[in-house]
Design a protein around this ligand. Structure first.
Ligand SMILES: Nc1ncnc2c1ncn2[C@@H]1O[C@H](COP(=O)(O)OP(=O)(O)O)[C@@H](O)[C@H]1O
Ligand SMILES: O=c1ccn([C@@H]2O[C@H](COP(=O)(O)OP(=O)(O)O)[C@@H](O)[C@H]2O)c(=O)[nH]1
Ligand SMILES: [Mg+2]
Length: 223
């Protein structure tokens, strides 16, 4: 199992032990330390849109928790129908399910820079990630957007999502405020939060995001 580690720490220590590599799979057998960014914000705040720009500019691996869950629904996996019901209700899928999906993608990736988009959505999610993955994010982005703007964007999103309707959006906004904002506050207290004003043109918003990553390029490259 990966070692429990604190912030800016590797999944495994700098001792690149071949024994550890043989015992563990995936990430732990890689030579680099993961650099983990959580991307938070309400529904429609522009997380996915900005993640695409971060990928293009800084070469991160984008892991959208929502996309991973939708993939489980699409491939009729064992938990697919429960996930679908949960998403339709705007509620949060059990942490073990989501963390397992994220962990698998991290293990399969050759990249060591991860953007984890739309997760953790609750304190319980956050604690499960730390316990199962054994790491904390290096940085956390929070896209701060007024509700009215988020509702407008989600209703115009046009991706055929079962949860992009006014009834589910209202539920998602309540869940966001009750369960996701405590996660945002947690990282603010830890000094890891980068709050981005998510109103304006996409490129203008990215100009607030860019310096966050440019500012830690050395840490990323040393990972
Ligand atoms: N700055 C912006 N201004 C207007 N519309 C935006 C902006 N950023 C994203 N959008 C649009 O809003 C919708 C939601 O964006 P998305 O990136 O999917 O948000 P999230 O992942 O936070 O739900 C999409 O249709 C997207 O094209
Ligand atoms: O870690 C997660 C991420 C997403 N979801 C569910 O998937 C939905 C859509 O999430 P996504 O991040 O795709 O939505 P967005 O915020 O981008 O609109 C959420 O409302 C939740 O029901 C979840 O349960 N756990
Ligand atoms: Mg999204």
């Amino acid at each position: 199992m990966w070692r429990r580690v604190a912030s800016f720490s590797p999944f495994i220590s700098s001792t690149k032990s071949s024994t550890l590599s043989q015992v563990n799979h995936g990430i732990s057998s890689k030579d680099s330390t993961p650099f983990i960014t959580f991307v938070l914000g309400g529904p429609g705040s522009g997380k996915g849109t900005q993640c695409a720009k971060i990928v293009d500019t800084f070469g991160f691996k984008h892991l959208s928790a929502g996309d991973l869950l939708r993939r489980e629904i699409a491939c009729n996996s064992e938990s697919g129908s429960t996930i679908l019901d949960t998403i339709k209700e705007g509620q949060i899928v059990p942490s073990e399910v989501t963390v397992r999906l994220i962990r698998r993608e991290m293990e399969l990736s050759n990249n060591h820079k991860f953007l984890i988009d739309g997760f953790p959505r609750s304190e319980e999610n956050r604690i499960a990630f730390e316990r199962i993955i054994g790491a904390e994010p290096n940085i956390v982005l929070f896209f701060d957007c007024p509700e009215e703007e988020m509702v407008k964007r989600v209703l115009n999103r046009n991706q055929g999502r079962v949860d992009d309707n006014i009834d589910t959006i209202k539920k998602r906004l309540k869940v966001f405020e009750a369960l996701n904002l405590p996660v945002v506050n947690h990282y603010a207290k830890k000094g890891k939060l980068h709050k981005i004003c998510a109103v304006g043109a996409e490129d203008e918003i990215f100009e607030q995001v860019r310096p966050v990553f440019a500012g830690c390029e050395q840490v990323i490259s040393e990972s």
